[in-house]
Design a binder for this molecule. Structure first.
Ligand code: PHB
Length: 387
């Protein structure tokens, strides 16, 4: 190619690009940092599905900007989290971070988001610190704090009259904090947590601990597990013969998105969560129908949280007309909003965490059926948050 011809082509390309940009603002780059492998793989997929479904419902635009995705598999591995998030911010230049499932990974993400001022919405991980000690005006959550379902279940189990409870979970922030929330309410209600058992994440060797539970003979057991680990735990609990003798209660992740695989071993379990199957509201019905049609799958709490992360991003972006540098206006819009979630409407606290009803649910067949509202408009205390 001659030099002149090359210059002409290059000039034409610049003209075309600037004509396009005069019509439409640049695409908004969304960095999806989620687990696509390991025990939480299906959770990451459900979050992405929900997020994409909301964006598609808005004609692939939020706040007037077309959405472009960059994805990374965080493997639920905290040791890789800082590198992964830095790549999204520095190499891929994302405008917003959406992630993740695992609390340890989410805390590493939040640290970088806070240091760089990058907008971040957490679509699952409950790490209390994200909307507590590590809180920041640019970090929001569409899901829950680990404290919330745990606290609600502590009240339920105390009201049932159980006195002596053993807890069992993975030894990392989510498990520890879920148990802490449970214990706070349960002991306030007159009960006592007599033993706190754990295995390292993501181990699923439960046998020795199940033997210990049988020997301890508590009135009940409280648990936090999720994803593949939750499937295995519920099956092992039943196989050890404990389901008949010691009632098992949990944060709702123990039976959410897992019922197909758990089968009859999950039947009857009582859990607390900010979502349930068959809520029966028009909002939830239309969400469930659309999700099932799009993905040939039933939605779960993770799909709802992904969908609502996109809704929250849309609310903020609309208020700032797509300009993510207007952080204060973005946050103000979310603090004023009532988010029209399939779970039921919720608001965002001054710590940037959902204020929401926590449902008591019971497994019936392939559904987590709504029993009652365990805790109305429960707000995380945001301990340690200074903004
Ligand atoms: C978490 O690590 O915060 C976590 C993971 C999976 C869940 C819930 C919480 O289902």
């Amino acid at each position: 190619m001659t030099k002149i011809r090359f210059h002409l082509i290059a000039a034409a390309a610049v003209l075309c690009a600037s004509a396009a940009s005069a019509q439409a603002p640049a695409k908004l780059k969304v960095g999806l940092m989620l687990p696509y492998t390991g025990t939480y793989a299906s959770l990451g997929t459900a979050i992405e599905n929900g997020f994409r479904m909301y964006v598609a419902e808005q004609g692939n635009k939020l706040g007037g900007r077309e959405i472009e995705f960059v994805k990374v598999d965080d493997e639920s591995d905290p040791s890789k989290a800082t590198d992964n998030v830095n790549k999204l911010i520095k190499r891929d230049n994302v405008d917003v971070l959406i992630g993740t499932v695992h609390s340890g990974v989410a805390m590493a993400m939040a640290k970088v988001a806070k240091d760089t001022g990058t907008l971040m919405i957490v679509p699952n991980a409950g790490a209390d610190a994200v909307t507590g000690a590590m809180c920041a005006p640019n970090i929001f959550r569409s899901s829950f704090s680990n404290w919330q379902p745990g606290y609600a279940m502590g009240e339920v189990v105390a009201k049932k009259g159980h006195k002596k409870v053993v807890t069992i979970t993975w030894k990392y922030a989510a498990g520890d904090e879920s148990v802490r929330g449970f214990k706070e309410a349960f002991e306030k209600g007159g009960g006592k947590v007599v033993k706190e058992l754990s295995v390292p994440f993501p181990n699923v060797e439960f046998q020795a601990l199940l033997t210990e539970i049988a020997a301890t003979k508590p009135d009940a057991v409280y648990t936090f597990f999720a994803g593949g680990g939750a499937v295995k735990f519920v099956k092992d609990y039943a196989a050890a013969g404990l389901k008949k003798s010691i009632p098992l209660y949990g944060a709702g992740f123990i039976t959410d998105g897992t019922l197909e695989a758990q089968g009859n071993d999950a039947e009857g379990l009582l859990t607390t969560l900010h979502y349930a199957d068959a809520l029966g509201t028009p909002r939830d019905n239309s969400f469930r129908l659309a999700y099932a049609k799009n993905y040939k799958l039933q939605p779960d709490v993770y799909a709802v949280q992904g969908y609502d992360a996109a809704q929250m991003l849309g609310i903020g972006l609309t208020a700032v007309k797509g300009d993510t540098s207007k952080k204060a206006e973005f946050a103000a819009a979310l603090h004023k909003a009532k988010i029209d979630s399939p779970r039921g409407p919720f608001t965002i606290s001054k710590f940037n965490n959902p204020v929401q009803d926590i449902y008591l649910r019971q497994v019936s067949g392939k559904e987590n059926k709504l029993i009652s509202i365990a805790s109305k408009s429960l707000t995380d205390p945001g301990r340690g948050c200074r903004m």
